[in-house]
Design a protein around this ligand. Structure first.
Ligand code: FE
Length: 213
């Protein structure tokens, strides 16, 4: 099953209507109606729902994934563990559970660039990245990431040499991916914490690369 998981957040960064004067988004109205129906039937407890939203908006976020990446950059044994069993290696850092039950780490190298998408909906590795940005859930990204990944990357400002293969990974309810971006040049002397501060959310989705220092 692909659609047996919940997607409680329908906005990006806490606001669902970024465009002033735009017509109401039918998805927002549908989400509100669905919420009302579930709460009305006692199937969903609003307080529990809010607690989950608070957790993923305030505590769980890309800083989790960034610490995984920084450790992978500095600890070859940890990197090896991530390659072998990303779910366990990530859980060992305290990040597991909902939407991260089966993780796969995909490593960027000079010859391979990885990018993640969910073509059917918005599956995303919550424990390491938090909730997905609105563009990740957009129809345009979901379709074009597969049909023309290099064009999408260019729009994100990422231009890769032709010799770099682009691999697009389609997330599902079963498997969620975390991109391990390339460690930027000029960071040899940095601590793990300093390295983690350089790792962006988009670099772990594969729609950004990290600039050299
Ligand atoms: Fe999905």
């Amino acid at each position: 099953m692909h659609d047996d998981h919940d997607h409680p957040n329908d906005g990006d960064d806490g606001h669902a209507h970024p465009h002033h004067g735009a017509p109401p988004d039918p998805l927002v109205a549908r989400t509100a109606a669905l919420r009302e129906s579930l709460v009305g039937r006692g199937l969903v407890d609003p307080a529990t729902m809010q607690a989950i939203l608070d957790l993923y908006e305030k505590e769980v976020g890309p800083h989790n994934g960034a610490s995984v990446v920084a450790r992978a950059w500095t600890d070859p044994e940890y990197l090896e563990w991530l390659r072998r069993d990303a779910t366990a290696a990530i859980r060992a850092m305290g990040y597991g559970g909902r939407q991260g039950e089966h993780m796969v780490a995909v490593e960027n190298t000079p010859s391979v660039h990885n990018m993640i998408v969910c073509t059917l909906c918005s599956c995303y590795p919550w424990p390491v990245l938090g909730l997905p940005p609105a563009w990740y859930k957009s129809h345009a990204y979901r379709a074009r990431a597969v049909s023309e990944p290099r064009a999408v990357l260019r729009e994100f400002g990422v231009v890769l040499p032709d010799s770099t293969e682009v691999r697009v990974w389609d997330s599902t309810a079963e498997v969620r991916y975390l991109v391990i971006p390339r460690r930027p040049a000029g960071t040899e002397g940095l601590s793990e914490a300093e390295l983690a501060a350089l790792v962006t959310r988009d670099s772990m989705i594969g729609t950004a690369v990290i600039a050299p220092r």
